[in-house]
Design a protein around this ligand. Structure first.
Ligand code: PLP
Ligand code: COI
Length: 353
């Protein structure tokens, strides 16, 4: 499919790279294409970034028919721009779309569209340490019809946001609260899919956690409320008895690209990694017995983020003296080293544009 390009007549001034924050600024252009069962994906186009027209009855506005992705483009020291495992994000987007009965993407075309868009807006990829171009592909039902039905007209878009650190804390330890009232997902639900509804359902707990001074919540499984699952925007890993334990992917946890990359690096370094159910009680027993060395979260936006404090039933527990642990630090350095092209990419994870 050919991509029509309509350049903006009014390029925007760029924001100060030291003041970017996360997801607040957008580049000059965006990618769109439409899908109907009759025509398939069609009208692929790059147009000036701006508001879109949508029927007030559009399925996405009423029934949350939407899936999305999050990945980044990085500015290398040689000035070129590279992507990190973009094929994994488009493949996960198709898994998410399948769960909501949204149409499948041609993942190679989606990546081509992304690369074309980034090349056009290349000057927007920031270069200050710790900054990157956050990429948000998304797909949603646009039918102007209030009946509950399988989506017919679907739209797919990609927007780009020059961003800094996701957490105000940067790479410093964050405080996380284990949520005991609300649950995020159950097996058979949409937990493994990256769909907007999961985040909507998470917002109440997130708001309470913030009010109590916590950055995000750590979810427990929705059935027994016993096993830890993941944090709002990160997967989690615990180092217990010098082995890394991370919740297994049993349908209610997002299969993170960063999680998979961390597991690979840890195994490369000779660490034992257990993907299994991990009871919250096991974490606190290990902590009390001095067997919990480190805890961290990992995700595209958050990168690798040490967990310095974990609260459970209103009791706060400090982990590793609220310091960045050596394994957390090593993962952060190695992963960002590969992502920014400072270290060799021995796994074929990056694509230089
Ligand atoms: N879990 C949730 C709920 C997320 O939103 C994210 C972020 O995308 C992750 C985990 C980490 O996934 P990834 O490493 O693919 O960004
Ligand atoms: C990401 O890491 O891409 C995320 O999904 C974070 C987002 C929920 C803010």
């Amino acid at each position: 499919m050919k991509i029509r390009i309509e350049r903006t007549a009014q390029p925007k001034p760029h924001a100060d790279e030291s003041q970017l924050g996360f997801g607040r600024y957008f580049t000059d252009h965006m990618f769109w294409m439409d899908y109907t069962p009759e025509k398939g994906w069609h009208d692929a186009r790059i147009v000036p970034y701006g508001p879109i027209a949508l029927s007030p009855a559009a399925t996405v506005l009423h029934y949350g028919m939407e899936v999305f992705e999050g990945l980044k483009a990085y500015r290398r020291a040689d000035g070129r721009v590279q992507l990190f495992r973009p094929w994994d994000n488009f493949s996960r987007m198709n898994d998410s779309a399948e769960r909501l009965c949204l149409p499948q993407l041609d993942t190679e075309f989606a990546q081509e569209a992304l690369e074309t868009l980034i090349r056009l807006d290349e000057a927007w990829v920031p270069s200050l340490p710790g900054t990157s171009l956050y990429i948000r592909p998304f797909e949603f039902g646009a039918d102007p019809f209030l009946g509950l039905h399988t989506v017919h007209h679907t739209q797919f878009g990609i927007i780009l946001s020059p961003s800094g650190s996701y957490y105000a804390e940067g790479i410093n330890p964050v405080k996380i609260m284990i949520e005991t009232r609300d649950v995020r997902a159950v097996r058979g639900g949409t937990g493994y899919a990256k769909c907007g509804g999961n985040y909507a359902a998470s917002s109440r707990a997130g708001m309470y956690a913030e009010k109590k001074g916590y950055t995000q919540v750590l979810w427990l499984d929705g059935v027994e409320r016993k096993y830890v699952e993941e944090v709002g925007a990160m997967n989690v890993m615990f180092m217990i008895d010098h082995k890394v334990v991370t919740p297994a992917l049993l349908g209610s946890v997002l299969p993170g690209v960063t999680r998979r990359s961390c597991i690979q690096l840890l195994k490369d370094w000779g660490y034992e990694v257990e993907e299994r159910q991990l009871a919250a009680e096991e974490i606190f027993t290990a902590l009390a017995e001095g067997r919990l060395q480190e805890a961290w979260g990992c995700g595209t936006a958050a990168v690798v983020s040490p967990i310095g404090e974990l609260s459970f039933h209103d009791k706060a527990y400090t982990i590793n003296d609220f310091q960045i642990g050596p394994v957390t630090r090593r993962l952060y350095d190695e992963l960002t080293g590969i992502q920014y092209g400072r270290l060799p990419d021995t796994h074929g994870w990056t694509k230089v544009l």
